[in-house]
Design a protein around this ligand. Structure first.
Ligand SMILES: [Zn+2]
Length: 338
């Protein structure tokens, strides 16, 4: 049997498992055209189809070295239970980031009121499902919903995950409706805190990044999806300069590979700075692992370890001291042997 190296498992902080069905589909010319295709895919699901597809996707995550996942879920409460059951069968640690959707999207995504939304979250939690709060975005949640969810998260000590500043149009619409940018609105509505994870922040400006830093909030970066959707690049250097914590997610699951997410993150930083080794190998593993666990409110012990196949051909000739760095620099997730 080939020797292996044991490493902490990776944490996938942001997943929409059903979107893996869109892998390889052209689905239009920009993010908004892709979104139309995504909504059509979302429309067709039932608890049964979620159970089957998610078990398959979570199996792919586990094989790739993600041993915990935060499912940013907006297909309905019955489907949330099906997703949790699929994760349990596959053996991946699971947190349901149950989504609040007040307007737009599909009927199945929306709750009639923020009180109804919080009742759904409490029902899931009472069944033993680990939960976090997830106002979908400033697009999908009116201001009073954000205020209510922000205060509930603070009171209950729950993680609060929210998409923000992924696309320029979302920022323009927020400015038109509220007279401020998305992360400014999150601050004004009490949604920023040290358990808040802003997903993407691709087009956040300096003032918004200052707000994240001053509130102790983190950013979940999803580089393979952000590339696939034409979102843009996280301003990594400006994020690091402010000491904002990072974590990673496979988001649309167009690709499921923690090494590639981390390689892309460091690659963006190198392209922006003209420097190498902007994030150290230890920094990158922390972003892939312990900071992700914190973002999901998981104890470190809840994230199972993984084994790396040291006999894999992509590690051939690599000195033992360089293996951890080589995994991020040049390997795909098929080096994971469990
Ligand atoms: Zn997302």
């Amino acid at each position: 049997m080939a020797p292996t190296l044991s490493l902490p498992g990776f944490v996938n902080v942001h997943s929409h498992a059903f979107q893996r069905a869109l892998r390889g589909r052209a689905a239009g010319h920009d993010f908004w055209a892709w979104r139309d295709g995504m909504l059509a895919e979302a429309e067709r699901h039932s608890p049964e189809t979620v159970h089957a597809l998610y078990a398959d996707v979570y199996g792919e995550m586990l094989a790739a070295g993600f041993t915990a996942v935060g499912e940013f879920h907006y297909l309905g409460a019955a489907e949330a239970r099906a997703a949790a059951a699929a994760a349990g069968e596959v053996g991946i640690a699971f947190v349901c980031l149950h989504v609040a959707y007040g307007r737009g999207g599909l009927d199945r995504m929306r709750q009639p009121s923020v009180a109804a939304y919080l009742t759904e979250v409490e029902a899931l939690a009472s069944e033993g499902i680990a939960v976090g709060l997830a106002p979908h975005s400033v697009r999908a949640c009116p201001r009073d919903w954000l205020e209510e969810i922000g205060s509930y998260a603070a009171r209950e000590g729950l993680p609060l995950h929210v998409h923000a500043c992924e696309q320029p149009r979302e920022i323009e619409e927020c400015l038109a409706e509220h007279g401020c940018r998305p992360i400014e609105l999150l601050a004004r509505t009490g949604c920023l805190g040290d358990r808040t994870i802003v997903v993407h922040a691709t087009h956040a400006d300096g003032g918004e990044l200052d707000l994240l830093a001053s509130h102790g909030s983190a950013i979940c970066v999803c580089p393979t999806t952000e590339a696939d959707l034409g979102d843009g690049f996280l301003p990594v250097m400006r994020v690091l300069h402010r000491g904002i914590p990072l974590c990673i997610g496979s988001d649309s699951n167009v690709r499921i590979d923690p090494f590639e997410e981390l390689r892309e993150l460091e690659g963006i930083a190198r392209r922006q700075s003209g420097q190498r080794g902007v994030l150290s190998t230890d920094d990158l593993y922390a972003i892939g692992g312990e900071l992700g666990a914190r973002a999901l409110g998981l104890e470190a012990g809840a994230v199972a370890a993984i084994e790396i196949d040291l006999g894999h051909r992509s590690l051939s000739g690599i000195a033992t001291d360089h293996v951890r760095a080589a995994l991020i620099a040049g390997c795909a997730a098929d080096v994971v042997s469990r």
